[in-house]
Design a protein around this ligand. Sequence first.
Ligand code: SAM
Ligand code: SF4
Length: 515
Amino acid sequence: MKNESTFSCSGEPVTTTAQWVKSQIKNEEIEKYLKDGKDFIDDEKIERLISEKTNPTREKIEEILERAMDIKLLSDEDTAYLVNVKDKELRDLVFEAAKKIKFKVYDNRIVTFAPLYLGSKCVNNCKYCGFRCSNNEIERRVLTMEEVRKETQVLCGKIGHKRLVVVYGEHPATSCDYIVESMKTIYSVKEKVRNGVGEIRRVNINAAPMCISDMKRLHEAGIGTFQVFQETYNHKVYKEVHPENTLKGNYRWRLYALHRAMEAGVDDVAIGTLFGLADWRFEVLGMVAHARDLEEKFGLGPHTVSVPRLEPAAGTEFDWVKHWVSDEDFRYLVAVLRVAIPYAGLIVTNREKPEMIKSLIDIITQRDADSRIGIGSYTLAYENGELDKQHSEKQQFMLGDSRSLDEIIRELAQEGHIVSFCTAGYRCGRTGKKIMTLLENGREGCFCKLNAVLTFQEWLEDFASEETKKIGEAIIKKEIEEIKSRVPKDFSQPVFDKFLEAYNKIISGERDLYF
Ligand code: SAM
Ligand code: SF4
């Protein structure tokens, strides 16, 4: 960090990387959340539940699944029974319940987004990650604001994304100042597209844990969701994969990252586990415990749950991995999470193969599309015509699905899913507790159903190929008929009329209309 200066969380200037690392963790912002000096992950209790709640009967599983239909977080005991199901028929039962819950809360909607990696510099040394500081096989780069602008222009002007997850390594070069500046840059980009304007309307962030005052700055800059994945909830395994002398080596600083975010006013937070590090059953119980602690302390749980699985990464050995998750178990654990944390959105990314995502599409709510994870690779791919660049360059990990957004949307529409580009909830204050209540009683679905049609039509007008437009419009027609059939039970006549008016305005060129 030569000739650069940045600031610690308490506002003091720091000039070396070592000083910056030392200034990041505030112990008082961990201790305040502990109960009798303990955090909320009780490894012994989780292990005991897993070893005791075995061989559940069909009746037991049916009883648990019925409870889950209330769209409330499941108990640890119920979740332990679910993770211990091995019988294929019983697992199918859980999968069917997961589908019903998804439909009850989120209908047939799928949200798409793109990840945007802005820097590969990192002070940590996570055993599984291509960005770890001891990996000499990757090129280290942090994008300038001009480069961030260019990446955004491709994402919102050429591909048609409205929503991003922006990803940062943990490094003084991509500290809070940089994150705030990059968010502002992304939101400022407006691109002329076929019939309207391309722009990013929601910037979600996947970054290292921060202190409360830094989180406040991200809140002010308009952060959507703040994602911090715990990677593993198992204390022992966490220690094995995150060297103790690194920032990430502090389990509790990470465990309470989302508590600090909530305290700073960011009420839209996302949990995740990197599956493969520890027994997946332990991780599922860990995620439920995390959701419960957030609910207990702040009155609301995570907005989304992510389920990355370990993937090969450049310059990284994986011979130490003991808990690779099979496809069958992975599919099942996603279903268990759908049932156990029923109000949360569920994200599966292009780390997975298209067939896997397809098999989960009825229980998940978000997937990425047309993703590139190299630093600066959207610009390279679209402006320099190096379309397959992401596959040859050295990156954090490898992607499983590299189809275009148009192809993915066409496939989803063919199968009866409506792709929503809606970002209204966050912009009109339907976040946090408000959205949680609406999700639990099914009301958020009503707003979303209307907004999904409006934003999907907008996308079809501005970006779709002829073929995708035809298939997309057929599903929109069906949706409008369904909405009409629910007047006046779920939608009043004036709301329906206003909706049709907005729909027609979009066709004639108006943009960004929502309820
Ligand atoms: N540096 C920040 C952090 O660690 O939270 C954010 C960026 S990090 C690149 C984002 C996520 O990538 C991590 O939380 C981890 O779950 C995931 N990841 C890292 N290595 C991976 C691998 N080999 N396969 C799949 N996912 C990986
Ligand atoms: Fe750095 Fe995050 Fe990768 Fe760990 S997972 S090496 S913290 S980028």
